[in-house]
Design a protein around this ligand. Structure first.
Ligand code: ADP
Ligand code: MG
Length: 324
């Protein structure tokens, strides 16, 4: 099968929302008046972002999910995406699974594949997403203000626990591993929550490299500091919840580490004024997404991690950095 047959068979579908999709030199998008285009790219490299053994449908899901998560963090609505793919060989089983997982998530978000590039090479997947947001309403990293609450969506830390199992550093009962693995391989981008937080959240970021590291980007851009409650964060780990499949398996220090510097969560960390608490909770309910308050923004620069009594936690939390 040649390059063009491969594209036609697995990736070309009739354009629906965009004026021109796959097949010409460019795709055409038609942003509505008064809207701004939100654009983001994320690349997944075999051995670095995923294991060679991952199910291709789950990989197709994840490749798009991590990109949609960036739109979510801006409060943007997904419109379209492009897919640049390097493949070592044409493996039709792999392509069928990959495109199935990819399009299932794309269709769930009404996000259309409008173009891309396909070449031979070490397995590498790069997606660029396009979304739109009413002009001036995008959630930015720079809007946090002293006194704001710090919130997190969904559950955090579970993906890191799965990674530690695959690295051979931890072992887990089968049921717990299945849940952790689903969190690692099939993150649910918080698009509906991000859109519901427009006009409510003062800043937002998606958690790909670990909660504290990504919150640090908000603090830098907003020129503020923060106090984060480690145990409130640890309670957001689905696996370790009282009725979770890994309840009681990890001590407090380990749980704090998974929650605060786990990585690969694709949840939103966001800030909002105290006066907006009810509005944040309503946005969570409207988007069917749990939201938990785990800290506050301070005027004093720097990041303070405290326990439930407010005492400093002396533990190092490293965030993920490809070149550190
Ligand atoms: P170009 O010569 O401009 O690089 P190509 O010949 O690579 O274009 O691609 C032909 C068409 O197929 C283009 O419209 C391109 O956007 C699209 N395309 C290529 N690879 C993919 C892919 N993996 N998914 C979707 N569309 C693709
Ligand atoms: Mg090309």
């Amino acid at each position: 099968m040649g390059e063009f047959d491969l594209i036609a068979r697995y990736f070309k579908r009739p354009a629906k929302r965009s004026p021109l999709g796959v097949g010409d030199d460019c795709a055409l998008l038609a942003p509505a008046p008064g809207m701004q285009l939100a654009v983001s790219s994320d690349m997944l490299v075999e051995g670095r972002h995923f294991l060679s053994t991952v199910d291709p449908a789950r990989l197709g899901h994840k490749a798009l999910a991590v990109n949609l998560s960036d739109l979510a963090a801006c409060g943007a609505k997904p419109l379209a995406f492009t897919l640049a793919l390097a493949l070592p060989a044409v493996d039709e089983d792999w392509l069928a699974g990959f495109s199935r997982g990819l399009f299932a998530l794309a269709d769930a978000h009404d996000c259309e594949l409008v173009g891309g590039d396909t070449t031979r090479g070490p397995l590498n997947i790069c997606i660029t997403v396009f979304g739109d947001v009413p002009a001036g309403t995008a959630l930015l990293r720079s809007g946090a203000r002293a006194g704001d609450d710090i919130w997190v969506s969904g559950t955090i830390g579970d993906a890191r626990i799965a990674l530690e199992v695959f690295r051979g550093r931890l072992s887990l009962p089968a049921e717990a591993l299945e849940l952790a693995r689903a969190r690692m391989e099939q993150p649910a981008p918080r698009v509906a929550l991000g859109m519901a937080l427009r006009g409510i959240a003062s800043s937002a970021v998606d958690i790909s490299d670990g909660f504290l590291g990504d919150l640090g980007h908000v603090l830098g851009a907003s020129r503020v500091g923060a106090t984060v409650e480690a145990d409130a964060a640890a309670r957001c780990i689905a696996l370790c919840a009282e009725d979770g499949p890994a309840a009681g398996l990890f001590d407090a220090q380990a749980q704090r580490g998974f929650a605060l510097s786990g990585g690969d969560d694709y949840e939103l960390a966001f800030t909002a004024p105290v006066s907006a608490r009810a509005a944040v909770e309503a946005a969570g309910r409207a988007s069917d997404t749990a939201v938990t308050r785990i800290g506050r923004i301070d005027a004093e620069p720097g990041l303070r991690v405290v326990d439930a009594r407010g005492a400093p936690v002396s533990q190092r939390f490293d965030s993920f950095d490809h070149f550190a």
